[in-house]
Design a protein around this ligand. Structure first.
Ligand code: PEP
Length: 255
């Protein structure tokens, strides 16, 4: 089964809408059509920059996907400060992160909330990127696989094989995010392979179609070794995606 690579840049709460236009334009100057044929590329700006980035992507017909960092599961209503999946779909958003560890840890997101978000995202024909990953304490206690599969099954609860196939999973060990401490390719691959096995046990062949990314201090120096692992289909990149030069080098990991 050949799964196309996917490299996603999560800008988090960085880069205003004016800067975002420049970052996307610079990124596009550094990538060519051959790169996009080999790997799908997406950027995930803050909400305030989505419209500006969408306009650049459309005007210049860039083959770059647009992602959002979060959404609410309800369509509309009295949820001050929230943004619905439908609103994002209207902005031609392709991907939406769900259950990033920062949202779980800092904003109290539970598996049930993440599951509702994943379903809302899919209902608007966008691709959820469901993030799962263990903390350092959990890893040291030998709980990595239990935690990760628990978040996986919680996030995908009630979904059929088609819906699961339309979802991207990102394995992001919390201890590796923003710390400069990347999981070794072997450690990352072990967990990613376990995720694929768990998907297969529940949804059969669909598991072979699901793209599973690794995230956690990915950079231009470590991406090639991660991508060489059979089950790792791409990267969710935080810090190193803010600079178009470094992000382009990650996208072109084979060079
Ligand atoms: C992330 O935010 O998803 C992430 C992986 O961040 P970083 O690459 O900075 O560790």
């Amino acid at each position: 089964m050949v799964r196309k690579g996917l490299i996603v840049g999560n800008w988090k709460m960085n880069i205003n809408h004016l800067e975002a236009i420049q970052v996307v334009q610079k990124l596009s100057y550094r990538l060519d059509l051959g790169d996009y044929e080999r790997v799908d590329v997406a950027v995930v700006p803050a909400f305030t920059a989505l419209r500006s980035v969408q306009t650049v992507i459309e005007a210049d017909r860039l083959p770059i996907g647009l992602g959002a960092q979060n959404c609410h599961w309800e369509e509309s209503g009295a949820f001050t400060g929230e943004v619905s999946a439908g609103m994002l779909a209207k902005l031609s958003v392709n991907y939406v992160l769900a259950g990033h560890s920062e949202r779980r840890a800092l904003f109290g997101e539970t598996d049930d909330m993440v599951n509702r978000k994943v379903k809302a995202i899919l209902s608007h024909q966008m691709t959820p990127i469901l993030c799962v990953g263990e903390t350092l304490d959990q890893r040291e206690a030998g709980e990595t696989l239990a935690v990760v599969t628990g978040q996986l099954m919680g996030g995908l609860s009630g979904m059929d094989a088609d819906a699961v196939t339309s979802t991207v999973i990102a394995y992001e060990p919390v201890w590796a995010i923003g710390t400069g401490q990347t999981a070794t390719p072997e450690d990352a691959a072990e967990v990613v392979s376990a995720i694929r096995v768990a998907l297969g046990e529940r949804w059969g062949d669909a598991a072979e179609h699901v793209r599973i990314l690794y995230g956690g201090s990915v950079n231009a120096g470590n991406i090639a070794a991660l991508m060489a692992k059979r089950d790792i289909d791409g990267g969710l990149v935080g810090g190193a995606s803010l600079d178009p030069d470094s992000f382009a080098s990650i996208v072109r990991y084979w060079i």
